[in-house]
Every structure is written in structure tokens, then in C-alpha cells.
Design a protein around this ligand. Structure first.
Ligand SMILES: [Zn+2]
Length: 164
């Protein structure tokens, strides 16, 4: 369940009407949602693998900057050389799927998480969204992304991107 106020905040953050929200996945220190947990099947029937959808425009833009810096390739390389990291990342994939299954089973995306998991790094927004929604200690690479973002809420409620 999500309140009308939260839906309105997410609509401003995304610039469009949000789809098939299951609940607020995480709330920013500013008070607004920054992750919405999304139904694994949208209202129109489409399977939707990104269960933890990052809505905060400020966090999203900072993560975009990290992606452009080459961080994904660096993380991908580390997965190949650090077995402990690889095991933790695979466990994050399992935790992602378990959270989705608790909402509903969708056969088309059975075993498919998001963000490249369990062995690729394809979207840091997805990994950060999981770390916010499921908490620290679940996805090591998502935690690293959060560590690099700083206090994106410091300039007030996150409804629009940072002023340039
Ligand atoms: Zn915020």
C-alpha cells in the first residue's frame, strides 16, 4: 500500500505516473520515497524484473555520473578476481529473487533478477536500489555505490534533480 502523497512525490520524481507500485521500498532522510517496490507483473500484464526501482532523481543522477566514470567495468573485473565478492554478489541475486517471490510469482522472469546479477554488473541504479530497500550487507556492490553518493538529500526534499 502507498499513500496518495507518496504517489504524487514519485510522480514528480519520475516525471510520469508511476506504474504498479507494491509499496514504498525505502524512504530517504528527506521524507520522500527513494525506492518503490514494484509489482513483478505490471497492471498491463508486462513482467517487470526491477523489483526495487530507484525513484530519487538526485541519487539517480549521481549514480549516472558513477556509471559514466567506468565504475561498472572496475566492479565487473573485481568479480572475476575476488571469489568472496562473487559469492556475496550471487547471494544478493538470491535475496532479490526471494523478495520478489514474496510479492508474487511471475514465470517469465523466474530466476532473472536485475542489474546484471548474479555475475555481471550492468546497472548501478538497480544495485543501489536493492541496498536501500533491503539494507546494508545484502549487496556488496550496491553498498559501495551508496558509499560513493554522499548526502544527496542535504539540499532539501528530493523531487527534482540537483541544480546544475
Ligand atoms: Zn530525499
Amino acid at each position: 500500500m502507498i499513500s496518495d502523497d507518496d504517489v504524487a512525490a514519485v510522480e514528480r520524481q519520475l516525471g510520469r505516473r508511476p506504474r504498479s507500485i507494491h509499496e514504498v521500498g525505502h524512504r530517504c532522510p528527506c521524507g520522500n520515497p527513494d525506492v518503490v517496490t514494484t509489482e513483478p507483473r505490471l497492471d498491463d500484464g508486462t513482467p517487470f524484473p526491477t523489483t526495487f526501482y530507484l525513484t530519487c532523481p538526485r541519487a539517480a543522477s549521481r549514480i549516472g555520473t558513477l556509471e559514466a566514470s567506468g565504475l561498472m567495468k572496475e566492479m565487473q573485473d573485481r568479480l572475476g578476481t575476488d571469489p568472496e565478492l562473487a559469492v556475496s554478489y550471487a547471494a544478493a541475486h538470491d535475496a532479490y529473487l526471494a523478495a520478489r517471490t514474496a510479492i508474487g510469482e511471475v514465470p517469465e522472469i523466474d530466476g532473472v533478477s536485475a542489474g546484471g546479477m548474479p555475475d555481471r554488473v550492468k546497472c548501478l541504479h538497480v544495485l543501489a536500489g536493492q541496498s536501500l530497500a533491503q539494507g546494508r550487507g545484502v549487496n556488496p556492490l550496491g553498498d559501495e555505490v551508496l558509499d560513493r553518493l554522499g548526502d544527496w538529500w542535504a539540499s532539501g526534499p528530493c523531487l527534482t534533480p540537483d541544480e546544475q
